[in-house]
Design a protein around this ligand. Structure first.
Ligand SMILES: [Zn+2]
Length: 290
């Protein structure tokens, strides 16, 4: 549960403030009473610079906040709440706020029309509800996807998350290819690997039902494509994950993560070493065993 959410300007001026009271979100008039606490956050934030997600713990409350350019978005949760929800909420609502009030914010001085941003509460409630719904359905999903990724893409993946596992490999291939296209280049490798690892773990648990070894891994991968394992290198002869794509860098992080996740062993990792998408003949993945 997000118990409180607010947006501050970096000079400490409160722009928007909402609190959860008896399961209802109530908009608060941004008053100066709030300045004491907000100045503490501003002081922490000024040390951080722009583009940082951080948190302060005060007794059993956690303030998760993101500092971006001119603003700070803050969500307060209890220490037993899911922090990843708060991380996504502050990042998403920062983007939405700046997008929606770009013009109004230019010369806003906070002395008149303090209710100017009240309508934003609808967006705040909607985003919080969506994030909580995703987290309830897929406890690991938000933790594995960076908050800078648009919520619609995460939501779609969440809605079909059972299919990713149950209808492996057809739905897995289709949905992950779709999701990968929506990711910014700088986060794509990391995100797809983490996602693959999670899905690999779940698919192996469901289909193999005991600890995965080389033989049972190949049984799983054979459902994807003609493949072989030789000296800890898996070769996918026709890789449906990167089929039809031409890229500068390796493209099949999902498969590398999937292999690592399927073993579910902290001593085993996997990386893609060749990829059809960059012009190699086959996609190949090296398995490292400690
Ligand atoms: Zn590939």
């Amino acid at each position: 549960m997000i118990d409180e959410f607010f947006i501050l300007r970096r000079d400490g001026l409160t722009l928007f403030h909402i609190t959860l009271e008896e399961n209802l979100y109530i908009i608060q008039m941004p008053t100066d009473l709030f300045a004491g606490f907000s100045s503490a956050i501003v002081a922490f934030a000024s040390e951080l610079g722009s583009g940082h997600l951080s948190k302060i713990e005060i007794e059993d409350q956690i303030y998760v906040y993101e500092v971006m350019k001119d603003f700070i978005t803050v969500a307060r949760i209890s220490s037993d709440d899911d922090e990843t929800i708060a991380e996504h909420v502050v990042a998403i609502l920062y983007r939405e706020f700046v997008r929606e009030y770009k013009d109004e914010l230019k010369d806003y001085d906070g002395t008149v029309r303090r209710d100017l941003f009240f309508p934003f509460s609808e967006k705040v409630k909607k985003i919080i509800t969506k994030c909580e719904k995703i987290a309830e359905k897929n406890p690991h999903l938000l933790a594995n996807i960076p908050p800078s990724i648009e919520l619609d893409a995460i939501e779609k993946l969440s809605d079909f998350s059972e299919e990713l596992v149950v209808n492996f490999p057809e739905a897995t291939i289709k949905l992950t290819r779709e999701f990968q296209r929506k990711l910014p280049a700088d986060l794509m490798h990391y995100t797809m690997f983490r996602l693959g690892k999670e899905v690999g773990k779940d698919v192996a648990q469901k289909k193999i039902k005991k600890k995965v070894n080389d033989k049972s891994l190949m049984k799983l991968l054979k459902k994807i494509s003609v493949c072989s394992l030789d000296e800890n290198v898996v070769t996918l002869q026709i890789c449906p994950f990167c089929r039809g794509r031409e890229t500068e860098e390796h493209d099949c992080d999902f498969v590398a993560g999937f292999i690592e996740g399927a073993y579910n062993d902290s001593g085993i990792s996997a990386r893609e070493i060749n990829c059809h998408a960059v012009g190699d003949q086959y996609c190949k993945f090296r398995i490292y065993k400690n």
